[in-house]
Design a protein around this ligand. Structure first.
Ligand code: HEC
Length: 498
């Protein structure tokens, strides 16, 4: 017993003195230390106000940022109720907050209530009918919840118990799948090791009452965020790559999760590069490569697929991912929200909300993304203790629905038009370039304050879809008197020049 206490004492001392030690020995710089403490204890930086946030942070053209809340330190994961209230988990406060919907229209929640507290590091949130699910670090519980009043309708009780939460990645995330099952992601105990508890570093699936749990995917080091693509119900999850292999390796990952597959950790990193510390995989498995690599140490956390109604057309088939940011690179990286655009050609990553690492240092760390019933995008920040609300106020496309339909007809999805096989592409391209100049397409597509660039068009539209756009242009693009041949020429020109 005495020996045990001594070990405990030494451990406690280490924990307290470790940051000081790391600093003193130059192993870690003050910024990284702040980032580590942010993850370990939820400690944040100064709060932010709307004017400062707007000045510091950038968005694509047409989007506007407001600060929905700046009094929610330790804010981590979010889930909207169908009534438009925002549930917010705070693992380091042990509670779940309910930010009441903005009925009075002042741009802020009407109230902030503590819905549940005394929980053990709750992170994941899910709603299934009238059940609200919460993933604590060692169990998943649920409670009846009345969305209209925003109040609990009974006692909170566990449905999955006995989860382990030792080691590094104790947090648990949950979601209700299109199959009505409860999905649970749990991170690894360590940076790189063999796990004792086979449920760690996996994705699991349960009946909604917590029974019939099964591991469906393994080798996921720390998949904190996941969501299902609305167009094909495929499950995608973010994954944080290992540390201590330099600034730029391995990439963090977006994985397409399929039942029965192995995603590499701890034996492989990134695109299946064998791990130098682990040796060969004793089971000799061949891992599934990431669907998309994020830059190393960017720490992708929450992700959500967007409902693109009311957004520019290229957000159809897109997701937003919060990059919490590195603590272990010689220059900090991440600290932004990126958009992923899915097409037949793969996944393109673009900056969405950026600028958290700025002239004033690191001023925020995005954690999770949610889209409200109002279509606005909400982003939590556990460093500034804030929730940002982002709306699209740029040109809306009058016939967004029709254009969205077109997008699904990508060059790779459907048959190419029959004229293409015998067409003289070079002649069509020359003719198309002349038409492009004659109708001054560049006046809107290349010049002006907010040009609608047609770069990379081939990733989004095929010949038939471009033909459609030119026959029935999205407002405010004017309807031009083009013959069928002219439309073909323009389509060839647009698709061959980039
Ligand atoms: C008065 C401005 C204007 C002019 C002139 C114009 N367009 Fe457009 N065009 C638009 C707008 C606005 C959109 C919708 C862009 C968006 O938000 O996706 C658009 C969309 C498109 C799209 C679909 C883009 C995409 O990303 O899916 C194509 C293709 C296109 N235009 C081609 C042309 C061509 C070719 C011409 C000349 C013959 C032309 N446009 C002239 C304003 C214009």
């Amino acid at each position: 017993m005495r020996k045990f206490l001594m070990v405990l004492g030494v451990l406690a001392l280490l924990l307290v003195s470790l940051p000081v030690l790391l600093l003193a020995t130059g192993t870690i710089d003050p910024t990284s230390l702040r980032m580590v403490l942010n993850v370990m204890t939820g400690a944040g930086g100064p709060a932010t106000d709307e004017a400062t946030a707007r000045e510091r942070y950038s968005l694509p053209p047409g989007f506007t940022l407001s600060v929905y809340a700046n009094d929610v330190p330790k804010a981590r994961f979010m889930r909207f109720t169908e009534a438009g209230d925002l549930l917010l988990s705070r693992p380091h406060a042990g509670d779940i907050l309910l930010l009441r919907r903005d009925a009075n229209g002042d741009g802020r929640p009407d109230a902030k209530d503590v819905l549940l507290d005394g929980l053990k590091r709750p992170l994941g949130l899910a709603i299934d009918g009238s059940w609200l699910y919460v993933a604590e670090s060692n169990r998943v519980g649920r409670v009846l919840f009345d969305a209209e009043s925003g109040r609990l309708d009974g006692e909170y009780h566990p449905v999955i118990e006995g989860l382990t939460d030792n080691g590094n990645h104790w947090s648990k995330t949950i979601g209700i799948g299109p199959d009505g099952k409860l999905y649970l992601a749990q991170g690894s105990t360590c940076n790189i090791c063999e796990e004792e508890d086979e449920r760690r570093a996996t994705m699991m699936r349960f009946n909604p009452d917590g029974t019939a749990g099964e591991i469906i995917a393994t080798g996921l080091r720390n998949s904190v965020g996941f969501d299902w693509a609305p167009w094909n119900q495929a499950l995608y999850a973010t994954d944080n790559g290992r540390d201590l292999m330099g600034d730029d390796f391995p990439p963090c990952e977006l994985n397409r999760i399929e039942a029965g597959k192995f995603y590499g950790w701890p034996y492989f990193n990134g695109d299946n590069v064998p791990d130098p510390d682990m040796g060969a995989d004793p089971l000799g498995r061949s891992p599934t490569a990431p669907a998309h690599p994020f830059r190393a140490h960017n720490a992708p956390l929450g992700m959500t697929f967007l409902d693109a109604r009311g957004l520019p057309a290229h957000y159809r088939r897109s997701a937003l991912v919060a990059l919490h940011g590195s603590w272990n690179r010689s220059s900090p990286d991440g600290y932004k929200v990126v958009s992923l655009h899915f097409s037949g050609d793969g996944i393109e990553e673009r900056d969405f909300l950026a600028g958290f690492n700025n002239a004033d240092g690191i001023t925020g760390r995005p954690v999770d993304v949610a889209q409200g019933p109002d279509g606005a995008i909400y982003i939590s920040d556990d460093y500034a203790g804030a929730i940002y609300r982002i709306t699209y106020t740029g040109d809306t496309i009058a016939n967004a629905g029709a254009l969205a339909e077109l997008r699904s007809v990508s060059r790779l999805d459907t048959q190419p038009p029959d004229w293409l096989a015998t067409a003289d592409l070079e002649a069509l391209d020359t003719r198309g370039a002349a038409l492009y100049a004659r109708h001054d397409c560049a006046s809107c597509h290349e010049r002006g304050e907010n040009p609608k660039l047609l770069n990379g068009l081939g990733e989004r539209l095929g010949y038939n879809a471009i033909d459609q756009v030119l026959r029935e242009p999205p407002s405010p693009m004017p309807a031009l008197p083009l013959t069928e041949d002219e439309r073909r020429a323009l389509a060839v020109h647009l698709l061959t020049r980039n």
